[in-house]
Design a protein around this ligand. Structure first.
Ligand SMILES: Nc1ncnc2c1ncn2[C@@H]1O[C@H](COP(=O)(O)OP(=O)(O)OP(=O)(O)O)[C@@H](O)[C@H]1O
Ligand SMILES: [Mg+2]
Length: 321
C-alpha cells in the first residue's frame, strides 16, 4: 500500500485511461463502449441522469466490478488484473454513506485510518487536519448518525482521503444537500485538486459540473460529449446556462422560456431545479433527465444540451458562469 503522503512518482500522466469499457447486467447495457482518459491533477466531472451508468463506471474503475468487455488502467494498474492494487491506492466515496452511524466523527476517521494503515504516529495530526478541512471542529465527539446530510458528506470525504490517495472518486457527493453545503463541498474538492489530487466526481447537476476542468456527459451508458465546461457550453449545449438563485423566480423563468418561440435556453437554480427549453414545445422542471427518446412524445428533452442563448432576462435569471 502506498504510504500516506507518498504520491507515486511513477504515476502516469493519464491516471485513468479506458477504452471501450462496457458492462452488461443481463440484457441491460449499463455502460456501452466508453472511452476516455483523465489527466493527473484534473477535476473531472461525470454528468448524467439517473440510471445513465455513472456508478457502474466508477465501480469498474475502482476495481469493485469487472467489465464485460473493454480495457482500462487506473494509476497504471489494470482494472481487471490489478483491482486489489487499485483499491489500496485510491479514495472512494460511494453514493451511499459508508459511515458508521453509531461511531463518533473522530472514531469514524480513526477507523478508516486503521483500514488504510496510516502510521500510528501520524494519525492524530492527520485526523486533526481532516477535521479542520471539513469544518468539523466542535463535532468530534458527535455520533455520525446525528449529523445532517451535509456534515455527513464532509465526514465521508475526510474518511475517503485519510490515507492521502493521489486519485479520489466521488459518486454524487452532493446529492440531497443544500446549496450552501454544495458550494462548501466544491471548495473542498478544489482544495484537494490544489494539493495535486485528481478528482473524478459524478453529478446530476449541470451547474455543478461547470466547476470541473472537464465534463463527460453520459446517457444510457453512452458517452455523449467530453470537453471543458466552457467549450461544452459553446458546442454541445450551444448556448447559455442560467443560474436562477431565487426559488420564487423559478416559475417565472420557466414561463418565460416556454413563452418564447424563437429562443432556446436552459435555466438552473441553486436548489437543483432547472427548466429547459429545446423547441417550441417544451416544458419540464427538475434535474437533468437526459434526452428523451424521439418516440416518447410526453418527454420534453429531445437534446437538452443543444440549447442556445437569448435566455429570458425577464425571468430575472442571473447570467451563467
Ligand atoms: N447490480 C446491478 N444489477 C442489475 N442492473 C444494474 C446493477 N447496477 C446497475 N444496474 C443498472 O445499470 C444501469 C446504470 O446504473 P447506474 O447505477 O450505473 O446509474 P447511475 O448513473 O449511477 O444512476 P443514479 O444517478 O441513479 O445513481 C441502471 O439501469 C441500473 O438499473
Ligand atoms: Mg449512481
Amino acid at each position: 500500500m502506498m504510504a500516506p503522503g507518498n504520491v507515486s512518482e511513477t504515476m502516469p500522466e493519464h491516471v485513468i485511461d479506458v477504452h471501450n469499457l462496457t458492462r452488461r447486467f443481463g440484457d441491460q447495457m449499463a455502460v456501452n463502449g466508453v472511452t476516455f482518459s483523465v489527466r493527473r491533477g484534473e477535476v473531472f466531472a461525470f454528468l448524467g441522469p439517473n440510471g445513465s451508468g455513472k456508478s457502474t463506471t466508477i465501480r469498474m474503475l475502482c476495481g469493485i466490478l469487472l467489465p464485460t468487455s473493454g480495457e482500462g488502467h487506473v494509476l497504471g494498474f489494470d482494472i481487471v488484473r490489478q483491482s486489489e492494487q487499485i483499491k489500496q491506492h485510491i479514495g472512494y466515496m460511494s453514493q451511499r454513506f459508508a459511515l458508521y452511524e453509531d461511531l463518533s466523527v473522530w472514531e469514524n476517521l480513526e477507523f478508516y485510518a486503521g483500514v488504510y494503515n496510516v502510521p500510528r504516529g501520524q494519525r492524530r495530526a492527520r485526523l486533526e487536519e481532516l477535521i479542520a478541512m471539513a469544518g468539523l471542529e466542535g463535532r468530534k465527539r458527535q455520533l455520525a448518525g446525528q449529523l445532517s446530510g451535509g456534515w455527513k458528506q464532509r465526514l465521508a470525504l475526510g474518511c475517503a482521503i485519510v490515507h492521502r490517495p493521489p486519485l479520489l472518486f466521488l459518486d454524487e457527493p452532493t446529492a440531497g444537500v443544500d446549496p450552501v453545503s454544495r458550494r462548501h463541498f466544491w471548495m473542498m474538492i478544489h482544495g484537494l485538486a490544489h494539493q495535486g489530487i485528481t478528482v473524478f466526481v459524478t453529478t446530476h447537476y449541470l451547474d455543478e459540473a461547470e466547476h470541473a476542468n472537464r465534463v463527460a456527459m453520459i446517457y444510457n451508458g453512452v458517452l455523449r460529449a467530453l470537453a471543458p465546461p466552457a467549450e461544452l457550453r459553446r458546442s454541445a449545449l450551444q448556448g447559455q446556462l442560467l443560474n436562477v438563485t431565487r426559488p420564487s423566480l423559478r416559475r417565472r423563468c420557466w414561463r418565460a422560456c416556454r413563452a418564447s418561440t424563437t429562443s432556446r435556453s436552459t435555466a438552473t437554480t441553486s436548489t437543483r431545479w432547472w427548466t429547459a427549453r429545446t423547441g417550441s414545445r417544451s416544458r419540464s422542471v427538475g434535474p437533468w433527465k437526459g434526452p428523451a427518446s424521439p418516440s416518447t412524445r410526453s418527454r420534453p428533452f429531445r437534446r437538452p444540451w443543444r440549447m442556445s442563448s437569448s435566455a429570458s432576462s425577464a425571468a430575472g435569471a442571473t447570467g451563467g458562469r
